[in-house]
Design a protein around this ligand. Structure first.
Ligand SMILES: [Zn+2]
Length: 421
């Protein structure tokens, strides 16, 4: 694969979201030069009528569930979970690998260059990151020992996973205590110790449903956020998915600890979690809020363009306020804010890591050009992306990804194995 790429004559979405025009020269994984570039590269892409923008950051998903798309829809939560667990019991490492390959392929094809994940057999997802060349932040799942299906102790497995994948150029291993209802406070404290000792991140589901709040209150006498605060769990390396059922005071607590939130509007709507993440209050408290698709079981795709639109529409509908979350803010969530949550070296600037995509400005949903940010959020889908570059490597060229056909065929074949009644 080419180690130098020259993208010529592109419209460029700058870090402050103003538009520029010029060439982008990429060398050894970095953006070496932006402007009028006259060097030769191993690969040249004519980006006339294309927009170069930073790659999207999916801040919460479970890629290993890729083969489960469409296998569990439209059920109430209890039968939904029961059915899901029956299906998941049939998952082998091989099925998780090909599920991950399918998910990662979809992300690359819809402009995502980095994702944050938590799922069983995560070493298979890490392998898929290597095979397809996408950047993954992977949090090894920790649940109480009486609830796990993992061989051995989850915490020991997490330690091994971190050791195996530390300092990898694409994979960043972390710790993933699943949720308060599946991980008791002693276990949460141990998970935090491990993340602190390894100087890595924690990813966890938090305050997703009213049920979670009620059972936490019944079991521990505290709601989820005060409980985590009382055990010293809240910290700037925490990235929490959902945060839908939180109070104004709890938002202040989260902001003070500088935790990060992954908002998953589609999943929250599809699973009818009822609460809507209080974006306005989080914004006022200056919390970092990125955007996640959640898995293909609760979405059912991994298209971050759709996620931006749903994020904006959900807040507007919920608050009776058309201006509450605008297109620019939705795009910031899916790019800069997600990158900030993960501490990425990010953006279309010289010296930055080359994680970027090209969007076809002649694609019908991108025309006309009154406001390209509006088009990206409200009109486009991931199919407007023509090229995806991760870590300076071209992983999609003219909408083609190497090995795509095999992934589709394998996914179709293997998914037959766990069809249930
Ligand atoms: Zn999730």
């Amino acid at each position: 694969m080419a180690t130098s790429i020259l993208i010529t004559s592109a419209r460029i979405l700058r870090p402050d979201f103003t538009l520029g025009f010029g060439d982008i020269y990429i060398e050894d994984g970095r953006i070496a030069e932006i402007g009028k570039v006259s060097v030769e590269a191993e690969e040249t892409i004519d980006a006339t009528n294309k927009l170069a923008m930073p790659g999207l950051v999916n801040l919460h998903t479970h890629s290993g569930m890729g083969l489960l798309r469409g296998a569990n829809d439209d059920l109430e939560l209890a039968p939904w979970l029961e059915r899901l667990w029956k299906i998941e019991a049939k998952l082998t490492p091989e099925l998780v690998y090909w599920g991950s390959m399918l998910s990662l392929l979809e992300m690359i094809k819809t402009g995502t260059t980095t994702f944050l994940d938590m799922y069983q057999d995560l070493d298979q997802t890490a392998k898929a990151c290597e095979d397809l060349g996408i950047r993954g932040f992977l949090a090894w799942p920790i649940v109480d020992e009486d609830k796990t299906t993992q061989k051995g102790k989850p915490l020991d497995n997490a330690k091994k996973f971190i050791k195996d994948w530390k300092n990898h150029e694409l994979v960043t291993p972390g710790v993933g205590p699943h949720a308060i209802y599946s991980c008791n406070p002693e276990n949460l404290a141990r998970a935090k110790d491990l993340a602190d000792k390894e100087k890595t991140f924690i990813h966890m589901h938090l305050a997703e449903t009213r049920w979670e709040n009620e059972t936490t209150l019944e079991t521990y006498g505290k709601r989820p956020v005060p409980l985590l605060d009382s055990i010293g769990f809240l910290d700037d390396n925490d990235i929490f998915a959902h945060g839908t059922w939180v109070t104004k005071n709890e938002i202040q607590t989260l902001a003070k600890a500088q935790v990060k939130i992954a908002h998953c509007p589609t999943s929250n709507m599809k699973l009818a979690t009822g609460g809507v993440m209080p974006w306005k209050e989080m914004k006022e408290a200056k919390l970092t809020v990125g955007l996640g698709t959640d898995s293909v079981v609760s979405n059912n795709n991994l298209d971050m363009f759709e996620e931006m639109k749903f994020a904006a529409l959900l807040q507007k509908a919920h608050r009776w306020d058309q201006a509450v979350l605008n297109a620019k803010e939705a795009l910031q969530m899916a790019t800069l804010e997600g990158a900030k949550a993960l501490g990425l070296d990010y953006g279309l600037e010289e010296g930055r890591s080359a994680d970027l995509v090209l969007v076809d400005l002649r694609s019908v949903s991108m025309v006309p050009h009154h406001d390209l940010i509006s088009n990206l959020v409200y009109s486009a889908s991931g199919s407007v992306v023509t090229h995806t570059v991760v870590n300076g490597k071209l992983v999609m060229k003219d909408r083609k990804v190497e090995g795509e056909k095999e992934i589709i065929e394998q996914a179709l074949k293997l998914a037959q194995n766990f069809l249930i009644e």
